[in-house]
Design a protein around this ligand. Structure first.
Ligand code: 13P
Ligand code: ZN
Ligand code: NA
Length: 283
């Protein structure tokens, strides 16, 4: 069965590695990351954005992820990424999601606390993990668009207070990373991560995982980031592999063939991320 992400993330934080959470959009992508986790013996979080939940339906996603978890020797959790809609969170929990993110980071602190506490109450009753965001992660993720000048880093004191008031299991503080591919390098505030980690004992979540240089990923993980989200890099890789097939074989019309190199590329890239964060060999 799918497991809650709470235990696997607490263990990651305790032992100084990060579980990688991959955003998937198709069955092949889901299978690819599950196979990569199995081969590298890594705990895994499969996650879908609100857009993907609306595209596929949460029941289909949960059913496929459950099959992957049932067949796997490694623990697998299913997470709802960046959700602003309480009723969709409830629907995903009912469908079988074992972890949810309430993203009320666009609201003032008190409203973020109110919405997050409400989700925590119902999610915990179902044994489901809750992630919330403080500050504002820049870039584009589905319909959530945050321009560079609007991005806001999380305040360490507010993080501690937020945890106390909401009871969240995992916290995503904005620390300078952004969704999508960076122009140049991200400007990560490592000192801020250290300060937040000092005040906040729960696993921290690194958003915007695509495009962060490897050394910087490792430094974030060593400072307390216990979950790393990766979306854009995989989406590009998967699509590029399909484009290559059609460039070479414009007559190809069999999804069972043109999806194969894409799935393979994704699997390799996912395995590399799990080795990078130290998740490999932990399951
Ligand atoms: P990237 O698209 O930069 O990998 O960010 C992923 C993410 O944070 C999903 O929540
Ligand atoms: Zn994110
Ligand atoms: Na990114």
């Amino acid at each position: 069965p799918l497991v809650s992400s709470t235990a696997m993330l607490n263990e990651a934080r305790r032992n100084g590695y990060a579980v990688v959470a991959f955003n998937v959009h198709t069955l092949e992508m889901l299978q690819a990351v599950a196979e990569a986790a199995e081969e590298t013996e890594s705990p895994l979080i499969i996650q879908t954005t609100v857009g993907t939940v609306k595209h596929l339906g949460p029941e289909y996603v949960a059913a496929a992820a459950t099959v992957a978890a049932d067949r796997s020797r490694v623990p697998i959790a299913l997470h709802l990424d960046h959700c602003t809609d309480f009723s969709l969170i409830v629907r995903c929990i009912r469908a079988g999601y074992t972890s949810v993110m309430i993203d009320a980071s666009m609201h003032p602190f008190e409203e973020n606390v109110r919405q997050t506490a409400k989700v925590t109450e119902i999610a915990h009753a179902a044994g489901v993990n809750v992630e919330a965001e403080l500050g504002k992660v820049g870039g584009v993720e589905d319909d959530i668009v945050v321009a560079e000048h609007e991005a806001l880093l999380a305040d360490p004191d507010e993080c501690a207070l937020f945890l106390e008031r909401t009871g969240v299991d995992t916290l995503a503080p904005a620390i300078g990373t952004a969704h999508g591919i960076y122009k140049g390098e991200p400007r990560i505030d490592f000192e801020r991560i250290a300060k937040i980690a000092e005040r906040v004992p729960v696993p921290l979540v690194l958003h915007g995982g695509s495009g962060i240089p490897e050394e910087q990923v490792k430094r974030c993980v060593s400072l307390g980031m216990a979950k790393m989200n990766v979306a854009t890099e995989l989406r590009i890789l998967f699509s590029d592999a399909i484009k290559r097939v059609f460039a070479e074989h414009p007559e190809e019309n069999d999804p069972r063939k043109y999806m194969v190199p894409a799935k393979q590329a994704l699997k390799q890239a996912a395995a590399a991320k799990m080795r990078l964060t130290g998740a490999a060999g932990r399951a």
